[in-house]
Every structure is written in C-alpha cells, then in structure tokens.
Design a protein around this ligand. Structure first.
Ligand code: FAD
Length: 465
C-alpha cells in the first residue's frame, strides 16, 4: 500500500464536496472517492450535462448545484469518480473498487459523506414490475431524461413526493394521483412546530407553491391514505388504498413510492462507529459531535449519512468537517477552526429549524412500518416473507441478527441494505419491544458485490492507490 493520504472523503454530494473544498483550501492533501461518474450526489445528479431547459424544469434547488459543483471541481482536492468503497476499517484502511480492480488504500482521517437512501417499506405488491422508488425514478429523469410516458401514481410520505409530482407535471407526465400515507393527526403535531419552521426560510413557501401548482393543474393530492396495495398479475395493473373509511382503486401501470430518507449506515457500521436511534426520523444514525466526529477516532460522518438534514445543511456540516479535518491534521489550530466555523454553524442551526416540523408532518404509522401482511416479501434478494420473519421470532429468535442467521434474510447481494430496517421493525413489533431496543443487522465487508476477479488484484500485489 502507498503512504496514507491525509484525508479521504467518501462521497461527492453536497456534504463531501463542501468538506473537500474547505479542507483542500487549507492545504490538506484531500482525496474524494465517489461511485458515481460525476460529482453532485443525489440532489445534483447529472447536473454537468444539464442544459438550460432541463435546469429550469427541475427547479431552483437543483440549479444551485451548478455553482456548488464548479467550486468543488476548481478546488485542489483529488477527485476520483467511478470508485466504490466496499470496506472501511476503524484504522482508516479502505477497500476500493476502481475500473474493475479492488485495491486497499489508507488515510490518516476519513470523512464519510455517503448520504441517505430511500426508506424501503415492504407492502403488498411492492415487488411487481411497474412499482419503483420515487427517488430512483427522479434519478432517471435527472441523469437520462427518462420519464413514464403513461400515467403515474405517486404514494408514500415526505417532501420528495410533492417535489417529484411537480417536476413530472412540468415535464408533461400525467400524474394520476399523489397519495400521502402519513396520518391526518400529524397535521396537529406539525402545527406545534410551525413557528420554528417559519424561521427556517424558504422551505414552507416553496412547498406550498408546489402544492398550489399541482392543484391548479388538477392533480389530486389525497391525505390520510392507508392500506396501500399494488395489484396485478405479471405487472402492476392498479393501486388500491383506503381513505375516509372507503376502499378505492386506481388503474395504473406505474406506482412510485417514497417513505422518506434514512442515513446509509453501512460504512459507519463497518467501521465500528457507535449508532443511536433517532426517534424523530424513525431510524438509526451514527453518533456524532458538532464537528461530525464519530465515536471512532479519525472518522467523521456528515450530511444525510449522519442524520437527514437536506442539501443546504449538508453543505454547512461538510464545511465544519473540513475545518475539523484541517485542525486534526495540524494545518490550522483550534482557535482558527472556531473562527472560520462561525457562519457555517449559524447557517446550519437556522436551516435545521425546519426538521422537527417535517419529521412530525411525515411521521409514519407503526402499522405501515411493521404491520405488513405475512405473505409480503421483505428480503427481495433471498425471497423471505414477513411471515417467515415472524415465525423465526415465534421460534425464539428475538433479534434481527438471529433471524438473519436462521432465515438468510439480509444475506443477499444488497447485504441487508434494503431489508435491514424493515426486519428490525417487524422483529420489534413481534417481540412487543420498541425498535430502538433491537440491534440492527451487523455489517461485514464487502459492502457491495465484488467479484473474485476484482479481488484477485489484491493477491497479485497490484493494490496501491
Ligand atoms: C434518490 C434521492 C433523491 C433525492 N432528490 C432530492 C431532490 O430532488 N431535492 C432535494 O432537496 N433533496 C433530494 N434528496 C435529498 C438530498 O439528496 C440530500 O439531502 C443531499 O444530497 C445530502 O447530501 P449528502 O452529500 O449528504 O449526500 P448525497 O448527495 O447522497 O451524496 C452521497 C454521495 O456518496 C456516494 N457514495 C455513497 N456510498 C458510497 C460508497 N460506498 N463508495 C463511493 N461513493 C459512495 C454517492 O454516490 C453519492 O454521490 C434526494 C435523496 C435521494 C436518496
């Protein structure tokens, strides 16, 4: 292995780009790795190829990425795209996959800025062709200009639902309905958090603007929906659901679902960072301090991978982690770090004021998180149903890792990334315990599929960075 790099940042989204530009600007030798072919992360996906019409269609939050990406590209950080990190040790050793070769590299300090993933929730029919994640569909629109040609139903909960409906409407897609699965009582809980949310700036007015535009276009947004089912034989034919005590059905060939975002914790789990349950966001998150430092010395976590805060918060948290890296690597002292951090701290605090409101508004009911029917597939890779998970619990395996051992759920190619949270919810409900008390799946490298051919490069000694 070559000499350790001073700083390796995993992820070139808003958080990683900001951390890199800040640290590199202070003289830190900074390497940025991202599995995508271009910088920008999820929100700014495909921005390098976006022409004026596409930028206009996707809205002002997307347009803001042009400047962010440009300032990162012009920084002195060493950026390596198409590079996936498949292992991370507490000692700063990373396994990376680049151009079909696996290599090991090491870093004195690591910043994980790997972002979030859409919360997978198994519900009847979710594996039918024609059902996909709303965020995944948005990625296709951003990166390949692909949109559904016939009608589409969008269902779930979270700000992305309304945003995607608005973007699709502008792209000429026929949005048949938007179904909000958060209970109506959430409105009251959220109302209590409204005064603080109003101080967070433009978020509420922008959201209301999207809703008004949808209403003007005659696109129906239905609240208080439950019992969502995707129905069809070989592919999706209809969506059924309950609202106002009545069962309804909509014929459609496309159902896009989104149940909010959760931090991607596979890297932090692999590195042995301590995690905690975040009740507001209904998910686990790595423990971090105000600079993003995790419980493992030399490893920081920022952006949506630390806790869901959105792209603006990710930028400020990234800047703070960049400053902290420069201090830890002795390019600046603590007093200089603190002086440079004042604005980002203030902006971060301001921006996060919207979160309690959004978390209350989009809080998902337990019935949705853990109550799916016994015959619903939970682990798609190993084809394990909710009923099989419950049967394992009844047989005395009252922990997700024991259930994994007995049923093989979470042992497929995605290594439990997709089913881990759902299995934890189902196990907790079956044991009548809060989910915060169960231990999530333990993560082992490789975090993503690596072929023997790719791994053989390690054996041959061709393993330098
Ligand atoms: C599918 C999806 C769509 C979204 N769309 C919007 C939107 O339209 N508007 C909006 O305001 N917010 C959107 N969000 C939320 C928004 O993306 C985040 O708030 C923001 O991008 C967080 O920035 P980040 O830098 O923390 O993470 P991200 O932007 O997610 O960046 C993380 C980066 O890390 C890389 N990465 C992760 N793991 C590895 C690994 N093991 N090896 C190498 N690279 C890795 C990823 O490729 C990615 O580029 C979306 C989120 C998702 C998941």
């Amino acid at each position: 292995m070559n000499a350790p790099r001073e700083l390796v940042i995993i992820g070139a989204g808003p958080a990683g780009m900001a951390a890199a530009s800040t640290a590199a600007g202070l003289g830190v030798d900074t390497l940025v790795l991202d599995q995508q072919p271009a910088p920008g992360g999820q929100i700014f996906r495909g921005i390098g190829q976006a022409g004026p019409a596409h930028l206009e269609l996707l809205g002002s939050d997307y347009q803001a990425g042009t400047e962010r990406v440009a300032s990162f590209v012009h920084s002195s950080a060493d950026y390596q795209p198409d590079t996936a990190v498949w292992s991370l040790g507490a000692d700063g050793e990373l396994g990376i996959l680049q151009r079909g070769e696996a290599r090991m590299i090491s870093a004195r300090r690591v910043v994980i800025a790997g972002g979030a993933m859409e919360r997978p929730i198994p519900f009847p029919g979710w594996t039918l062709p024609g059902v996909m994640n709303a965020g995944g569909a948005q990625v296709l629109m951003k990166s390949s200009r692909l949109v559904p040609l016939d009608g589409v139903v969008i269902a779930g909960s979270g700000p992305l639902l309304i945003l995607l409906a608005w973007q699709y409407m502008r792209a000429g897609v026929a949005v048949q309905a938007v179904l909000e699965l958060a209970p109506r009582k959430n409105l009251w809980r959220a109302g209590l958090r409204l005064p603080a949310a109003l101080r967070a700036g433009h978020y509420l007015t922008r959201g209301l603007g999207y809703l008004l535009a949808l209403r003007r276009a005659g696109i129906r947004v239905t609240y208080g929906v439950s019992d969502l089912k995707a129905v069809g034989n070989d592919r999706l034919e209809a969506v059924t659901f309950r609202t106002g005590g009545r069962e309804q059905s909509l014929e459609t060939g496309n159902l896009l679902v989104h149940f909010g975002l959760v931090p991607g914790i596979q890297l932090t789990e692999a590195a042995g960072c301590r995690h905690q349950w975040n009740d507001g966001q209904q998910c686990w998150r790595p423990q971090t301090d105000a600079w993003g430092n995790s419980s493992v010395d030399g490893i920081a976590v920022v952006g949506d991978g630390a806790a869901i805060g959105g792209a603006v918060a990710a930028v400020h948290a990234g800047c703070l982690a960049g400053l902290e890296a420069a201090r830890a690597l002795e390019h600046i002292d603590a007093a200089e770090r603190d002086r440079l951090a004042v604005n980002d701290r203030q902006w971060l605090q301001n921006d996060l004021r919207i979160r309690p409101f959004l978390e209350s508004l989009h809080r998902l009911p337990e019935t949705l998180l853990s109550g799916t029917a016994d015959d619903t597939l939970v682990c798609r890779c190993e084809e394990i149903t909710a009923g099989e998970v419950r049967a394992a619990v009844r047989a005395g395996h009252r922990d997700p890792n024991q259930v994994k051992f007995i049923t093989r759920c979470g042992m497929g190619p995605c290594q439990g990334r997709q089913c881990g949270q759902a299995v934890a919810n189902i196990v907790a409900a079956a044991c009548d315990r809060p989910v915060s008390e169960v231990v999530p799946f333990r993560v082992r490298p490789p975090l993503r599929p690596v072929s023997i051919g790719e791994l053989s490069m390690l054996e041959s000694g061709n393993n330098t960075a």
